[in-house]
Write a protein that binds this ligand. Structure first.
Ligand code: MLT
Length: 323
């Protein structure tokens, strides 16, 4: 028996595949969403989980682990076993901005392996219908004329909606009163109810509320209008030229996860993003698919590093005080 086991292991090692990877995945995978259920990160996770399960032959179980701008959930994955059974979904906020705002007990780059770049979308300026402005110039004028800063919902310090708000403050000089939530789903609930006044949100989170008329949109932070929301002007058209921000997302696994497991997850995600049903779901939410030449794990890793270089100076200059 001992000889059989040694021979099998020898064959596996010769074939370059480790024993765990050969059988991977042999049970469901946990996909940790670092924000509340019902928000844009959660929605993307569920669409991807549904699309990936066929190729993987196992389900991806969504686990919402919220708090601290997404860093609680990301930290959970940083400390997980590097076996491919715990995956992190995140974005510019969680895997770039968090590192400039929090003293993290993990390193956003060296404690993770990038798996794949996911769809991206511009941010969108939205307000409650009670705000007496119909255009972006009118919104900015209203903000400037107020005795106190307008309340702006975010998914917590270091989240994408918070980064977009800080970027807005740095470009316009207009202060916002940030109101942190565990995700932009609860923030959206309060915006629709008129409990807060604005969100600089992911388009994918606001687009259906805008279509339903329960909130008002002013502009998207992109050079081109969102194809499935052609009535919403760009910031260039609406009087805030060059205010561009593309919110990209991605999948990561803990550092040390075997390369062939990373490759299996990458292949399943690429398969999902090539599925016309999945693509339609994303496009309806205003999300653009990643370029075909940016689908290798290394492309996500390179983007993350370049975005750290781009965003950290502004974020550190903002000198965000933790509540
Ligand atoms: C963010 O603002 O970082 C995300 O959009 C929050 C979320 O996905 O709920």
């Amino acid at each position: 028996m001992r000889k059989v086991i040694l021979a099998t292991l020898g064959a596996l090692l010769m074939s370059g595949g480790s024993a765990p990877a050969q059988n991977y995945p042999s049970h469901p995978i946990t996909l940790v969403v670092p924000f509340s259920a019902g928000g844009p990160t959660d929605a993307m996770a569920r669409i991807m989980a549904d699309g990936m399960k066929t190729a993987l032959g196992q389900s991806l179980l969504i686990e919402n682990v919220t708090g601290a701008g997404g860093s609680i959930g990301v930290g959970r994955v940083a400390r997980a076993a590097p076996d491919g059974y715990t995956v992190s979904i995140g974005h510019l906020g969680t895997h770039v901005a968090n590192g400039a705002i929090y003293k993290l007990d993990y390193d956003l780059v060296t404690d993770f392996e990038p798996v794949v770049l996911l769809p991206s979308n511009p941010m969108i300026f939205v307000s409650t219908n009670a705000v007496p402005a119909k255009t972006l110039p009118e919104l900015l004028a209203w903000m400037k004329a107020r005795p106190s800063p307008p309340t702006a919902g975010t998914a917590g310090a270091g989240s994408a909606s918070h980064v977009a708000g800080l970027y807005f403050e740095s470009v316009t000089g207009i202060k916002l009163q940030f109101v942190p939530y565990r995700g932009t789903a609860p923030a959206m609930t309060d915006l629709v109810a008129g409990q807060i006044e604005v969100i600089v949100d992911q388009t994918s989170n606001s687009i259906n509320q805008v279509r339903a008329g329960t909130i008002r949109a002013y502009a998207v932070t992109a050079e081109k209008r969102v194809e499935t929301a052609p009535d919403i002007p760009t910031t260039d058209e609406a009087g805030l030229p060059e205010f561009h921000m593309s919110l990209w997302s991605g999948l990561w696994v803990p550092k040390g996860t075997p390369k062939d497991i990373v490759a299996k997850l990458n292949a399943a995600a690429v398969d999902a993003m090539n599925d016309p049903v999945v693509r339609k779901k994303f496009e309806n939410l205003g999300l653009q698919m990643p370029p075909k030449d940016q689908l290798a794990p290394e492309a996500l890793g390179a983007l993350q590093k370049s975005e750290i270089t781009k965003w950290w100076p502004m974020l550190k200059a903002a000198n965000v005080k933790m509540e």
